[in-house]
Design a protein around this ligand. Structure first.
Ligand code: FMN
Length: 565
């Protein structure tokens, strides 16, 4: 087994090599192995561990669950006694009785654990327990574009050690490309268990392996070529179809792009004025020098600052500030700082701007060097003032000809199946974006699998996004079935759930014929309500338990996938 630094070297080599170079490397290594095998005796021993292994995962979008399930299945294949739990199913007071615990946990929000881990976290950090008999190892899943990289994993790992548990293996902090590294880490852990090595805590000074794929992120430069408002006059929504011209882009339907939005120049100017500074005033932030204007515009988050951030600010300005989230400008206006001696501290507190993800609405086989997005201008009311989403307003304000830098965020789960397999697409609002991509791609490929679309939005007259294209596909028979529902329709109002239930028999038949089900849109409209509707459809024929089992199976097989925000 390779030690992790060697593994990283191999991964780097693989990722930076061309196809031809990889073929050469493959042959070279195969040659060496063939030579050695002639003289080597196989000394692989089966792994024997007597103590039960408990694997607990905490996930928001399924990656940690998938990884933990793979770990459990490898352990089972090695005849190890293993139990797998979702964190919200795990009974916390069992923890002191465990022997070996493996935690796989992702990080969400601003460094928060997934919602399902709330109770576990509260107990872990508040209960006075001794875990001296517990040995453990933690894998954190995250994305190094976020400032709090794998924070939830770090927190669990640190807290378990604090409570007296023995760290078996270094914390692994995984970036977006994590499978190979995580598998390698797990095999190393199995070797540790097999050799019954003493915990590494005392042996190693470094308790963390951080595998960041930051350098792998390739940035593309695109130019805005079109921006069309998709809603008609009278709509309460502003949804834009944005086209970018970009050369040699590599993506598949279901992928997203990530952008780092710039903050609104007028807001930045107001902050600079509030601080009584010249826009060209030079400040240092995280080891680099910027003009204050550029820092506030391009590098840091100035909106909807977290409660924790506001409380840190309160300490600097020595004011009582209620527990709330606020924009930097409002904060500076209500609780001003003294720019002479507090500016630097406040600058150092600022956190980097986070990337915003938008699912791609174009298809690589159809739109060549043109990439399409469907962007709804987020609008919300804060204390009687209308505010706009940072990412969506930045994109909406880009004029034709403006340059946009972005990276492609692959989504391995949200992928089209083989050409003959039916697909059921369920979308709310801008959730239509990946399905426009799917339908274009399948059309261009001449795929014969059936395509069903369920689409929900506000109003038929004003909010039927991509109506002409969708109705053309329907007329031509590429789209085999279309069900639309509009919440504010005077004549006929229905919901996605009702439309799904109304088509129960046909849907069940499609599912039994191997259909893939995709859901995309806002959580409120496409979250558990769609699970419930599908369960109801399957329950009618097979009963509750069988329906639950079937839904679980569909998820496990990657035939029921969601892109929810
Ligand atoms: C809304 C959102 C917020 C995120 N915040 C963080 C973060 O603060 N730190 C981090 O390392 N990763 C962050 N991530 C990345 C996820 O942890 C990463 O995609 C992970 O693979 C998800 O695993 P899961 O499917 O098990 O939840 C965030 C992802 C999303 C969608």
């Amino acid at each position: 087994m390779l030690a992790t630094p060697k593994m990283q070297t191999v991964l780097n080599l693989v990722q930076t090599s061309s196809k031809e170079e990889l073929i050469w490397i493959n042959g070279y290594i195969a040659g060496i192995i063939n030579e050695q095998q002639a003289t080597e005796v196989d000394n692989q021993k089966p792994i024997r561990v007597n103590n039960k292994i408990t694997i607990v995962y905490a996930t928001e979008t399924g990656n940690s669950k998938q990884l933990a399930t793979q770990f459990a299945s490898i352990a089972k294949k090695n005849k190890l006694p293993v139990k797998l739990y979702s964190v919200d199913q795990y009974v916390f007071n069992q923890l002191p009785k465990e022997n070996i615990l493996i935690v796989v946990i992702s990080t969400q929000g601003d460094g928060e654990p997934p919602a399902a881990a709330k109770v576990f976290f509260n107990s872990l950090f508040s209960e006075n327990i001794q875990l001296n008999n517990l040995s453990y190892a933690v894998v954190g899943l995250g994305d190094s574009s976020y400032p709090e990289f794998c924070k939830a994993g770090v927190d669990v790992d640190t807290q378990l050690a604090k409570l007296g548990a023995n760290r078996l293996q270094q914390l692994l902090k995984c970036d977006v490309e994590y499978e190979a590294v995580a598998m390698h880490w797990f095999h190393e852990l199995l070797q540790i268990l097999k050799n019954q090595q003493s915990p590494i805590q005392q042996q190693s000074q470094n308790n963390t392996i951080s595998i960041t794929g930051k350098n792998e992120k390739k940035f593309y430069e695109g130019y805005v070529t079109k921006q069309i408002l998709l809603n008609d006059v009278g709509s309460t929504h502003n949804t834009y179809h944005i086209e970018l011209s970009v050369a040699d882009i590599d993506y598949l339907p279901g992928d997203s792009i990530g952008i780092y939005p710039e903050n609104n120049p007028e807001t930045v100017q107001s902050i600079v004025d509030c601080l009584q500074l010249n826009p060209n005033y030079i400040v240092e932030w995280r080891g680099e020098k910027f003009t204050i204007e550029n820092l506030l515009k391009k590098k840091v988050n100035i909106h909807y600052l977290s409660e924790k951030w506001i409380q840190n600010y309160a300490q600097f300005v020595q004011c009582e500030i209620p527990l709330t989230r606020m924009d930097l400008l409002d904060l500076l206006k209500i609780y001003p700082i003294n720019p002479k001696n507090q500016l630097n501290e406040i600058i150092q507190l600022l956190t980097p701007q986070l990337p915003r993800l938008y699912t791609i609405a174009s298809a690589p086989n159809v739109h060549d060097d043109s990439l399409h997005l469907t962007v709804n201008l987020e609008t919300f009311l804060v204390q009687q003032t209308i505010k706009y989403g940072v990412g969506s307003s930045y994109l909406k304000n880009l004029e034709v000809g403006s340059q946009l830098s972005f990276f492609v965020q692959k989504n391995k789960r949200f992928k089209l199946p083989e050409s003959h397999i039916p697909v059921i697409m369920i979308a709310h609002g801008t959730g239509i974006a990946p399905f426009r991509s799917f339908l274009h791609q399948r059309d261009a490929n001449g795929d014969e699998g059936l395509n069903w679309l369920f689409f929900e939005n506000q109003n038929f007259v004003t909010d039927f996004l991509y109506q002409t294209e969708i109705q053309n596909w329907l007329a031509l028979g590429h789209l085999n079935n279309l069900h639309v529902c509009f919440q504010k329709n005077i004549f006929q109002s229905s919901t996605l759930t009702e439309q799904l239930i109304n088509n129960s028999d046909e849907l069940l038949q499609l599912i039994n014929n191997g259909a893939y089900i995709y859901v995309s849109g806002e959580k409120e409209y496409t979250g558990s309500v769609i699970d419930d509707a599908l369960l109801q459809i399957m329950e009618n024929k097979n009963g509750k338990e069988a329906a639950l089992a079937k839904l679980q199976q569909l998820k496990k097989e990657g035939r029921y996938v969601k892109e929810i925000y």
